[in-house]
Design a protein around this ligand. Structure first.
Ligand SMILES: Cc1cc2nc3c(=O)[nH]c(=O)nc-3n(C[C@H](O)[C@H](O)[C@H](O)COP(=O)(O)OP(=O)(O)OC[C@H]3O[C@@H](n4cnc5c(N)ncnc54)[C@H](O)[C@@H]3O)c2cc1C
Ligand SMILES: NC(=O)c1ccc[n+]([C@@H]2O[C@H](COP(=O)([O-])OP(=O)(O)OC[C@H]3O[C@@H](n4cnc5c(N)ncnc54)[C@H](OP(=O)(O)O)[C@@H]3O)[C@@H](O)[C@H]2O)c1
Length: 468
């Protein structure tokens, strides 16, 4: 890595590089280009339209996927959004934006039809199309197929003035290239959570890759799967069970989870206020014990819960199979996964019925782990910048209200987080509800910070080409 080799021994200890000059420094580099940084790109472009040229912000985004995509592996047919379309990328911040879901419907010539549909919750496939439509005008500002592998702080006169963002395309052997940036906004999303002792293989999948895996199944009736086992009781698990049960009419589907039954997601009006922008202020200013209390009270708005309509549908199918005397949907409640041994022909899934401790083995063709997600691995992305990030006594990064991370070194350069801030900003952090408002808040914070940096040469400001 040529850049890292320019460090002196002392610099390597702190992970800080001395500045080699700043002519090609961007105002913002965004890591990841999912909905969060897409909303930021729109907010920055709209900001640039409104302010004098000197105050405009330059930005570039790096996305490791080869093209825009939002949880493509779970774009199952008939699944709907779990958030109102009014909580799109912009409307809560700027209802007049041309990037609203309503503008998208208008551009697609479906506005009238959508109104007649009388729903707040479009299908996930339609929302994906909306996100793609919004991302398309920013194509020139995004490097797809390029992963950020390190962020190195650069020091000048005792201050961190900017970062060197190391990116790589084409796999681990490829040589990284460097982009300098005064600010970095990390929006790397979630990563699959696997139960201890399990690993992914041709027969053991995580829901995040469900459709990709199903597409690769060998063709031919004789090779059609005869059984699937799905572990977990959240929305992903329930959708996967319903999908596999519908798509493979001859297969047995085993649902394994520790709960007594699938529990409904609480999206009632008063509780839903936990996703309001104001709730972020309440959460942020609360002492730790109140934060924990808020989280525990309202965990069931999001985690390990299922839309009630889907619960009813699964129960209906189960009951109708009982009536018909031909059961192929099997619910193993109060049951935990013990082992998963994948062979060439099937997986041996060890399970335990918790009330009695009785252990069984399910021989299944494919095991699908619907076991949820963990937050972004900040260390894997920020690497060299991690030592300058202040952490609390629980080892969590200290995040300011404007989503910038507290640094142990002074200086104008900052790292912002979109997503891994559940501990500081509350339960909406990893969701879409607050995306538009948060992007506006970060844009304001960035613009304010950059006003102090007027000496630096400016790269061209971020703009959006006209949407399709
Ligand atoms: C199946 C599913 C459905 C969901 N539905 C809803 C819903 O209806 N409503 C809701 O509010 N929330 C929903 N969520 C929650 C979800 O987290 C948000 O919808 C949304 O994806 C958050 O956007 P993001 O941009 O922060 O993260 P992501 O959408 O995960 O995007 C992050 C991007 O960063 C990229 N990336 C990561 N690391 C790097 C790197 N080092 N270099 C370059 N690129 C990198 C990734 O490839 C990814 O494209 C759902 C989650 C799942 C799994
Ligand atoms: N249509 C949609 O919009 C849609 C679709 C899918 C997902 N989502 C969203 O995506 C997010 C994640 O949902 P999710 O269902 O993937 O995850 P989740 O809600 O976190 O649920 C994970 C499930 O896996 C179980 N689990 C976790 N670790 C386990 C282990 N080691 N062994 C066995 N079981 C384990 C959990 O058990 P416990 O029950 O004991 O907690 C839980 O039932 C949510 O925000 C959800 O709303 C949205």
């Amino acid at each position: 890595m040529p850049v890292l080799s320019t460090r002196t021994a002392a610099e390597s200890e702190t992970g800080v590089l001395r500045s080699p000059g700043r002519s090609d420094v961007l105002d913002v580099v965004g890591i990841g280009f999912g909905p969060s940084n897409l909303a930021l790109a729109i907010a920055l472009a709209e900001h640039n339209q409104e302010v004098p040229e000197a105050d405009r912000v330059s930005a570039r985004f790096y996305e490791r996927k080869p093209a825009f995509g939002w949880h493509r592996g779970m774009l199952l047919k008939d699944t709907t959004m779990q958030v109102s379309y009014l909580k799109d990328l912009v409307s809560m911040r700027n209802p007049c934006s041309r990037f609203s879901f309503l503008s998208y419907l208008h551009a697609r010539d479906r506005l009238v039809d959508f109104i007649n549909h009388k729903t707040l919750f479009p299908s996930r496939r339609e929302f994906h199309d909306y996100l793609e439509w919004s991302a398309q005008p920013f194509g020139d500002a995004v490097d797809y197929g390029r992963e950020v592998v390190d962020v190195v702080p650069v020091e000048e006169a005792g201050e961190v003035t900017h970062f060197q963002v190391l990116t790589r395309a084409g796999g681990p052997q490829a040589e990284p290239t460097v982009q300098r940036a005064r600010n970095v906004v990390v929006a790397g999303g979630l990563r699959p959570r696997l139960p201890d002792g399990t690993s992914l293989s041709d027969r053991v999948w995580h829901t995040s890759e469900l459709l990709d895996r199903l597409e690769t199944l060998p063709a031919g009736a004789a090779r059609t799967p005869r059984s699937f086992t799905v572990v977990g009781a959240g929305q992903s698990a329930a959708e996967t069970v319903a999908h596999l049960h519908g798509e493979f009419p001859d297969a047995d589907i085993h649902a394994v989870f520790a709960r007594y039954g699938y529990a409904p997601a609480d999206d009632s009006a008063f509780v839903n206020k936990i996703f309001d922008p104001e709730a972020v202020d309440h959460f942020y200013t609360s002492p730790d014990d109140v934060k924990e209390m808020m989280f525990d009270y309202h965990r069931s708005t999001n985690y390990s819960v299922v839309d009630i309509e889907l619960i009813d549908e699964l129960y209906r199918r189960l009951y109708q199979e009982k009536v018909a005397g031909k059961q192929r949907l099997h619910v193993h409640n109060l049951t935990r996964l013990l082992t998963a041994d994948a062979g060439d022909e099937h997986v041996r899934v060890g399970i335990e019925f918790l009330p009695t401790g009785r252990q069984d083995v399910l021989r299944t063709d494919y095991l699908v782990l619907a076991t949820g997600y963990r937050p972004t691995d900040l260390n894997g992305i920020l690497g060299s910048a991690e030592p300058i990030l202040r952490t609390d006594d629980k080892g969590r990064v200290c995040v300011n209200r404007d989503y910038s991370v507290e640094s142990i070194l002074p200086g104008p350069a900052a790292i912002y987080l979109q997503g891994p801030t559940e501990h500081s900003h509350g339960i909406a952090s990893s969701l879409l509800s607050n995306t538009a408002v948060r992007a506006g808040e970060i844009t304001k914070a960035l613009a304010k910070r950059l006003v102090r940096d007027i000496d630096a040469p400016r790269a061209p400001a971020l703009t959006a080409a006209a949407p399709l």
